[in-house]
Design a protein around this ligand. Structure first.
Ligand code: SF4
Length: 397
């Protein structure tokens, strides 16, 4: 990294990955690559007193460039890639009637919960890595050769709405080339701290654009940050693939909403689909029991641990008016989709180029190596056992 003039070394609190990120930025031998999740940029402005939900993407990218990040990519790019892989997996399972429902796997809070409490259903989890991890493996796989550098010279930093993403990046499965695919994860609040301590005013910066190709996305990759967004993105893809024509109106209003469980029946090119969207782990536990006892039969279940999805992540700015903040962030993610020219992941020509250059077909052997994973039955800690016992006592188990 090449530190720009604004780095405030020494002015930072210890014991945070922020220090390690500054160190990488100051190291002239490293290329520091960042990715930003869509939920982050409709929330970070709150920390700077801006209007709730305002999309500050351009200013955030500008701030990061000023701080010395060499390349800034968009996690929405690999959200588009996730849609292509996961929708392919879903349609194959639906056609073969195999291991349904398929559960989404992009929320590490949910994945860990499933590993701890529902090991009998792990075979139903999509094997797709999350967009964060797909970005890590694609960057580390492609960028060193493009830049004439070694893998160890490329440092990948994620800006994410939650701390569960820190845990995810440290999973041993996500060391595709022998070292972590994502080196450091900072939350929205931690990035805001870095920006503040750099003396930058977010609202005064001229916006800057993401770097290409992995800064390019369709609206499908943006709405991922909202509860229901993954399902809607998969449907947009499925309509295009099954009917041969992308949806004329890409907005699936019936999928959107605030209820913690939404069950939707729909039909795509003669194929009947039943979809469930869940947010919050208490509700997820109920839904899992309903699936196990046969009282809920669906094809796809989207689970997000946080209220409202990633826009409600625990690493986002907080306040007593959190419900109002969440609503504004959700609305702005949908508005961002409306402002983009493309809305279906299959229209992302840089994603398609990734297949041509590196991956072959969706679901290929190379896709599996770089973009998929597997899950383990995970032991619960003492406090988690206690929480489970309490939940059972109160009838939530
Ligand atoms: Fe993280 Fe919450 Fe999003 Fe899950 S839903 S990935 S825990 S912010």
């Amino acid at each position: 990294g090449q530190c720009a003039s604004v780095c405030p070394t020494g002015a930072l609190a210890p014991a945070s990955e922020i220090d390690a990120v500054w160190k990488a930025i100051h190291d002239p031998n490293t290329v520091v690559v960042a990715q930003i999740a869509p939920a982050v940029r409709v929330a970070i402005g709150e920390q700077f007193g801006l209007e709730y939900g305002l999309n500050t993407t351009g200013q955030v990218v500008a701030a990061m460039k000023r701080m010395g990040f060499n390349i800034v990519y968009d996690t929405s790019f690999t959200a588009d890639l996730t849609v292509v892989e996961e929708a392919g997996e879903f349609m194959a399972r639906k056609t073969n009637g195999e291991r349904l429902p398929l559960f989404t796997s992009c929320c590490p809070g949910w994945v860990k919960f499933a590993e701890q409490y529902f090991p009998q259903l792990l075979g139903n989890l999509s094997s797709c890595r999350s967009p964060q991890q797909m970005m890590g493996s694609m960057v580390k796989h492609t960028l060193p050769a493009q830049l004439g550098r070694e893998r160890k010279d490329v440092v990948m930093v994620s800006i994410m709405p939650c701390t569960a993403k820190k845990f995810e990046a440290k999973r041993p499965e996500f060391k595709t080339g022998g070292s972590p695919d994502v080196d450091f994860v900072l939350t929205t609040q931690e990035l805001a701290r870095m920006i503040e301590e750099s003396g930058l005013s977010l609202n005064k910066l001229n916006p800057a654009s993401f770097d290409m190709p992995m800064g390019f996305k369709t609206g499908a990759g943006v709405i991922f940050g909202n509860s229901g967004g993954v399902t809607e993105a998969v449907l947009r893809y499925a309509v295009g693939k099954i009917t041969g024509q992308n949806p004329v109106d890409p907005e699936f209003e019936e999928i959107r909403g605030e209820e913690s469980l939404r069950v939707i029946r729909t039909e795509v090119g003669g194929l009947e689909l039943k979809l469930a969207i869940v947010h919050g782990l208490g509700k997820a536990r109920e839904v899992m029991h309903q699936i196990l006892d046969g009282s809920l039969i669906v094809d796809l279940v989207e689970v997000m641990a946080c209220p409202g999805g990633c826009i409600g992540g625990a690493g986002q700015p907080v306040g007593r008016d959190i419900a109002e903040r969440r609503r504004a962030r959700t609305e702005w993610l949908y508005n961002t989709d409306r402002l983009l020219d493309l809305h279906c992941s299959q229209e992302n020509h840089f994603v398609n180029e990734c297949y041509q250059k590196y991956l072959g077909e969706p679901g290929s052997r190379e896709s599996h190596r770089l973009l998929h994973t597997h899950y383990h039955h995970r032991r619960r800690t003492g406090s988690e056992e206690l929480a489970l016992a309490k939940a059972k006592e109160s009838g939530d188990g």
